[in-house]
Design a protein around this ligand. Structure first.
Ligand SMILES: O=C(O)CCC(=O)C(=O)O
Length: 280
């Protein structure tokens, strides 16, 4: 295990050992991967998002008024469904250490995994601290258990600091019902990270975005999730990445977007959804 710099959150340096990674995630609920993305990847991502928003101001407006945009509030800008619009999003999603980890830790409950969401968030000065919450609240009627059903990733596209609202997590708070009472704030620690670091946590771990108390430091996040394939995803990928768009994507990403099936779930005309790509 790497040093415990980030408020006791396990931190691993490259090359990340799969056993250490999975153990930290499954036992403590969260782990930080140092330099999961290079600075160049982060800068490219930010430049492509900025260019996209400039070319499509209506998308930023739509995002602000959307269910998730409204939930985030006025001091956070968001952009969703990045795969299919942001050229580098496929390679960001397919960060191998992260996807492989998701496959391993979700494997006890699912043969296939899906991308829950891939989004960009910019938390501006005056952004307030969120409530401690579990991302499994999306599937709140499903009881929690020993094995995770989903994994969340918060990747720092700019430095996460205590002042600009680095994500708070309550270590060891995983494993309960999605709507269980949140622990006391005194148990929460902040995931301070450098640009390119990624915080991975079980989606049933209590966490929250912090308050941005700075004058001008916008905290920029690439956030994504992975989940067992028998639960519905947050993003409806078939609409944002229809077959004609999905055809050109890497095979693994097609699977993560739902051009895949878990036994008889997700079939296309009774068969493999990949068949829809041949017809596109
Ligand atoms: O801002 C963060 O670091 C965490 C965001 C989060 O948990 C959420 O938006 O649900």
């Amino acid at each position: 295990m790497g040093n415990d710099e980030a408020g006791g959150i396990p931190r691993l340096d490259r090359p990340y050992g799969p056993d250490q990674l999975d153990t930290a995630l499954l036992t403590r609920g969260a782990v930080i991967l140092s330099e999961a993305y290079s600075s160049e990847q982060c800068e490219t991502f930010l430049a492509q998002v900025a260019a996209y928003v400039q070319e499509h101001p209506e998308e930023a407006e739509y995002a602000a008024g959307s269910v998730l945009g409204y939930f985030q509030g006025e001091t956070t800008s968001t952009l969703h469904s990045l795969v299919g619009t942001i050229p580098c999003a496929p390679s960001m999603v397919l960060q191998k250490d992260i996807v492989d980890c998701a496959r391993r830790v979700l494997n006890p409950l699912s043969d296939t995994i899906l991308l829950t969401i891939a989004e960009y968030m910019a938390r501006q000065p005056a952004a307030e601290r969120q409530q401690l919450h579990r991302d499994t609240f999306s599937w709140r009627h499903f009881p929690g258990g020993e094995h995770p059903v989903a994994l969340t990733v918060m990747a720092a596209m700019t430095d996460f600091t205590a002042e600009n609202g680095a994500t708070w997590v309550v270590l060891d708070s995983h494993g309960g019902a999605p709507d269980a009472q949140a622990p006391d704030w005194s148990e929460a620690v902040q995931a301070e990270m450098k640009q390119g670091d990624a915080l991975l946590f079980r989606a049933d771990l209590f966490h929250a975005g912090g308050a941005n108390t700075t004058e001008s430091d916008v905290r920029r996040i690439f956030s994504m999730g992975f989940q067992v394939a028998w639960l519905r995803t947050v993003e409806n990928h078939a609409l944002s990445v229809p077959p004609a768009k999905a055809m050109g994507l890497p095979c693994e990403l097609q699977e993560l977007l739902g051009y895949s099936h878990e036994l008889v779930l997700g079939l296309y005309k009774g068969g493999d959804p990949k068949n829809s790509l041949k017809l596109a």
